[in-house]
Write a protein that binds this ligand. Structure first.
Ligand SMILES: [Cu+2]
Length: 362
């Protein structure tokens, strides 16, 4: 009689053991869960980063101020991002992650580097736009002693388009911005497959695979684009100019128009060739173009312009794509990459061993 605990107490004990074992099993399966439970959740602050610096309280204490210059956040132009912390001495900001809210742009990650008391990043919003776009900006940071980076705060704000707010430079000028060392996730709603495709050009059908043997800079845009597309194509032309004749014979550009409605084939050809004779250009039916853009991770949308003779603009992502001589996608090329750097990357791609053509794409 004294050896046995009362029946309800034994049942409670068994339940407690069951719960404890269950919890241990869950933590074994998902070791990050404990961190998630301990880590303060990120909160969102709406502020107009395009107009002024934004100061926000941080999850876990302290506050952060983010400043972006030039004001107006002209899309596609070099921007300078500064994060300053107050009251958070153990915090190490690591990166800003930028996501488009108006349009699925994938994620642009700008690494933050210490600069005196602050942390700075360089990098453009990867978008060619004539309208206004809503963005979300996450501050990633680690706390001293913690290995894992956590999102500590999220800002959301509007960024104006490139054309109306062009605050510096002209489309004919060489972009002398430092290339931002950012990585970028594929943009649209499904993973990019980077497959072959065929375009209509002024000289007939042209498939990407027809350019095999050459390293290709592939770019999506439209000829009525006010300044980002011409700036990128000008940089491609200038990069080609830096190559030797032998190297130049083994590269090509391919400009895919997202605007088949307005970009008639002869106009497209003249437009592209103006930047460099090696740049070919084509388009396809709207459905086909949408499929090609999705295959290559290009985000875009048609935006009506009420007070412009153009009628509509096309917002689109600004990364160009480097395609190997064997037709394989190699890497994105961020808008604003200086021609000399682009030329170096072309040379590197030309020197790369080609993959056996037996392997299916991916
Ligand atoms: Cu454009």
């Amino acid at each position: 009689m004294p050896t046995d605990a009362p029946r309800p107490a034994r049942i409670a004990g068994l339940i407690a053991w069951g719960v404890a074992l269950g919890l241990l099993f869950v933590l074994w399966q998902r070791p990050g869960l404990l961190m998630d439970l301990v880590r303060p959740a990120a909160s969102t602050t709406d502020c107009d980063l395009a107009a002024e610096p934004c100061t926000v309280p941080l999850a876990g204490g302290g506050q952060a101020t983010i400043t972006v210059l030039p004001t107006g956040l002209p899309a596609g132009r070099p921007l300078s991002w500064t994060v300053a912390l107050q009251g958070a001495p153990d915090l190490r900001p690591t990166a800003l992650e930028i996501t488009g809210l108006s349009m699925n742009m994938g994620i642009t990650r700008l690494p933050l580097l210490p600069d005196g008391e602050a942390w700075v990043a360089e990098g453009a919003l990867p978008l060619c736009t004539s309208t206004t776009m809503q963005w979300r900006i996450d501050l990633l940071a680690t706390r001293a002693g913690a290995a894992e980076a956590a999102t500590l705060h999220t800002w959301s704000g509007r960024a104006a388009g490139g054309a109306a707010d062009a605050s510096s430079g002209t489309s004919s000028g060489t972009s002398s911005s430092t290339a931002s060392p950012h990585g970028r996730a594929p943009a649209p709603d499904r993973p990019a497959t980077h497959g072959d495709f065929t375009l209509d050009t002024a000289e007939g059908a042209l498939a990407l695979s027809d350019l095999q043997g050459k390293v290709v800079v592939l770019y999506f845009g439209y000829t009525s684009c006010p300044d980002i597309c011409p700036t990128t194509l000008a940089a491609v032309g200038q990069a080609f100019d830096l190559l030797t004749p032998d190297e130049r014979a083994r590269v090509a550009g391919l400009f895919v128009s997202l605007d088949p409605e307005r970009d008639a084939l002869p106009r497209l050809q003249r437009y592209a060739a103006w930047f460099a004779p090696e740049i070919r250009a084509g388009t396809a039916s709207p459905d086909h173009i949408a499929r090609i853009a999705a295959d290559w991770g290009v985000a875009w949308r048609k935006v009506p312009l009420t007070d412009s003779a153009l009628g509509y603009a096309i917002d689109h992502s600004t990364d160009a794509m480097l395609v190997g001589a064997d037709g394989r996608f190699l890497a994105p090329i961020a808008h604003g990459t200086p021609p000399a750097e682009l030329a170096a990357r072309l040379r590197q791609a030309l020197a790369e061993p080609q993959e056996a053509p037996t392997e299916p794409g991916g």
